[in-house]
Design a protein around this ligand. Structure first.
Ligand SMILES: [Fe+2]
Length: 388
């Protein structure tokens, strides 16, 4: 099975030698054989100590009050053995040990909070995506890890040979973790009903969108399963929202900046629920990387900002919508019974073409999962293989 590039990089780092270590007025300075240098603050080293005086060995939780460590704390001495273990003595009497690789990892690859991987962007030419066999996925953790790596890299993974049974999507999702329950329950049917409370329950086409940006937190991942799809039309569409945002940035950086700063509201109301949240259409991380897409024409409620701001916003939104609705960016797939998808609802926009209900039936079922559930499962699988 494949290991993603980030973990290869980490693995390679474990081959590095520690070239030099020294105590400086700022803290512990390490230099590795590739000449990379880092200085570690004494309090950082002290509060992250794995010694049982600092961290409960069973729960791995900190038991000292890090906030009350002396602000003038210093590392009094450091020694390194032949295996690269650094023994530290602190001015408050604490002793602990780190391996230099451990410190290098903390410095170079801080643990991601979310599903971590190097992303690969795609457009409608991406037809050779992997197809995972559900039966193998059910019993083989290596296959599950590869599927989660694929979701991390491309934002989605395609699964086939799922049993054509009503509760199959639940089993599919629970292979990863607990399902997110909402006011609609755990699993939602997407098919025509007499009094629809959502456009998904009609035969109309659905333009690219993310699901439920009015929830807090918004659904992190979506699991979908096709039970029937023999009507004319009804193709599923998906778009890489991050690729679309990068394209907008390349074409019109002002429009990109506008969509990262102006924050529309998103709202959904029904008899028993009033759901609202706010956020930019393109959300960036503290590092300036694209973190999340919120594009939901049906539920967006733009506040009455001043005319200049709104003109700028409407121009930018139209520029982005033109990209995400273009054939060039859209993958169209006609699902057949037993097919399924899992996708990142913060990255992938989805939709469908209209279908003719007089020619057949279309019935999908889907459910949501929180982001921490998916990233936790991914990390545990990596840890079990010694890659985390
Ligand atoms: Fe949707």
């Amino acid at each position: 099975m494949k290991r993603n590039e980030k973990h290869d990089e980490l693995y390679e780092n474990q081959e590095l030698e520690l070239f030099e270590y020294q105590l400086t007025p700022e803290g512990l300075k390490l230099t590795w054989s590739d000449r990379t240098q880092a200085i570690f603050h004494p309090i950082w080293l002290r509060e992250n100590s794995n010694h049982p005086d600092n961290r409960d060995p069973g729960t791995k939780l900190r038991i000292t009050q890090a906030a009350f460590l002396p602000l003038d704390l210093t590392v009094k001495s450091v020694e390194c053995d032949n295996h690269g273990n650094l023994q530290l003595d602190f001015s408050d009497g604490h002793r602990c040990q780190y391996h230099h690789n451990e410190l290098r990892q903390c410095f170079q690859n801080p643990r991601p909070h979310d599903l971590g991987s190097d992303r690969r962007y795609w457009d409608n030419s991406f037809l050779e995506f992997d197809r995972y066999d559900y039966r193998k996925l059910c019993h083989d953790d290596d296959t599950l890890l590869t599927l989660l790596n694929t979701v991390a890299e491309f934002g989605f993974a395609f699964v086939h040979r799922i049993p054509v049974e009503m509760d199959a999507v639940e089993h599919f999702a629970k292979r990863v973790g607990p399902i997110r329950e909402t006011n609609w329950g755990t699993v939602t049917d997407v098919h025509i009903i007499p009094n629809p409370y959502d456009l998904t329950m009609t035969a109309l086409s659905l333009s690219p969108h993310v699901d439920n940006p009015y929830r807090l937190p918004g659904p992190g991942y979506i699991f979908m399963h096709c039970l029937k799809n023999d009507a004319v039309g009804g193709e599923s569409t998906i778009v890489d929202g991050f690729a679309a945002a990068l394209k907008l940035k390349e074409i019109d950086s002002v429009a990109f900046e506008t969509l990262t700063t102006i924050q529309p509201n998103f709202r959904h109301t029904e008899d028993t629920a009033i759901l609202e949240d706010t956020g930019p259409i393109i959300e960036l991380s503290e590092k300036g990387e694209i973190k999340r897409i919120r594009y939901s024409n049906r539920t967006e409620q733009v506040p009455p900002l001043d005319v200049e701001q709104l003109s700028r916003y409407y121009y930018a939104r139209q520029a982005f919508a033109s990209i995400i609705c273009s054939d060039e960016m859209t993958l169209k797939i006609k699902l057949t019974p037993g097919d399924g998808f899992v996708w990142d609802n913060y990255r992938i926009l989805h939709g469908r073409t209209a279908f003719d209900p007089t020619t057949g039936e279309r019935h999908m079922r889907h459910c949501y999962m929180d982001r921490d559930t998916v990233s936790s499962r991914h990390k545990v699988l990596l840890r079990q293989r010694g890659w985390l």
